[in-house]
Design a binder for this molecule. Sequence first.
Ligand code: HEC
Ligand code: HEC
Length: 221
Amino acid sequence: MAMRNSVALATLLVSMFVAFPAICQPVKAIPAASLDLAARLQEEESHPGQREAAYKAGGKVAAFCANCHGEGGNSNNAAIPNLAGQNPTYLLEQLRQFSDGSRRNEFMERMIKALSPAEKIGIVVFYSSQEVTHKPSANAALVGQGLAYYNNVCARCHGAQGRGNAKVARVAGQQPDYLNVTLKRYRDGSGVRNEPLMAANTRLMTDADIAAVVAYVSSMK
Ligand code: HEC
Ligand code: HEC
C-alpha cells in the first residue's frame, strides 16, 4: 500500500516537472522577512478588483494542486488535507512554514518554494473562498465521545463550530487520516510540526481519544 502510494507519488512528481516547468523550476529563495505577505494579503482582500485578480491567479495554480488536494480543495484522499474553507492567515502561515522548513514535508517544501509571492496570495484567496463538502460519520457513538472531548479541550481555540480564526486552523470537515496523523505528530513531538499550543493540548490524549475526536471533527459542517 505504502509502496503503491510512493510509486504513484514519484510518477506524479516526474509528470509535474514535465508539465509545469514554470511552477516547479527551483527559484532563488526570497528572504521571507523582506516580503510582508500577510500585509499584502490584507491589502488585496480589501480591494474587490485586486481580490478578483488574485482569486483568478490562485485558481490557475490550484488546477495543479487539485491532483492531490481535490477540486476546489475538497480532497478525495483521507490522508491529504482539504484546503477548502481554510482560514487565509493560517494558510499563508503554513506556506511560510513549508518554505522555511519549519514544517516538514519534502514534496510540499519544494513545491511552495517554487511559488511566487503573487501565486501564494492567489492560492490563499482562492482556497479560503471554497465551500467544504460535508461528510457525515458512520459511527454515531464515537462521534458523541469526540464531541464531549472536543468541547472540553479544543473548542476554546478552534471554536464550537470548528471554524478556528485567523491564527487557528479550521478543523471542521477535515480529512480523518490526516487529522489522526497530525494530532499524533503534535502529541509525540515528532518535529514534523512544532506548535507549543497544540503540543500542550494533545499531550494527554490517548489513541482512543484521538480516534473519537477525529470522528467528530471530520464530520463537523
Ligand atoms: C503530490 C501531492 C500534493 C500536491 C500536488 C500538493 N500537495 Fe499540498 N499537501 C500534500 C500533503 C500530503 C500534505 C500534508 C502534509 C503533512 O502535513 O504531512 C499537504 C499539505 C498542504 C498544506 C497544509 C494544509 C493544512 O491544513 O495545514 C497546504 C496549505 C498545501 N498542501 C498547499 C498546496 C498547494 C497550494 C499546492 C499546489 C501549488 C499543493 N499543496 C500541492 C500533498 C500535495
Ligand atoms: C490554545 C489553543 C488551541 C487548543 C486548545 C487546540 N488547538 Fe489545535 N491548533 C491551534 C493552533 C494555533 C494551530 C495552528 C498550529 C500550526 O501552525 O501548526 C492548531 C492546529 C491544529 C490542527 C492542524 C490543522 C491542519 O489543517 O493541519 C489540528 C488538526 C488541530 N489543531 C486540532 C485540535 C484538537 C483536536 C484540539 C483539542 C484536542 C486542539 N486542536 C486544541 C490552537 C489550539
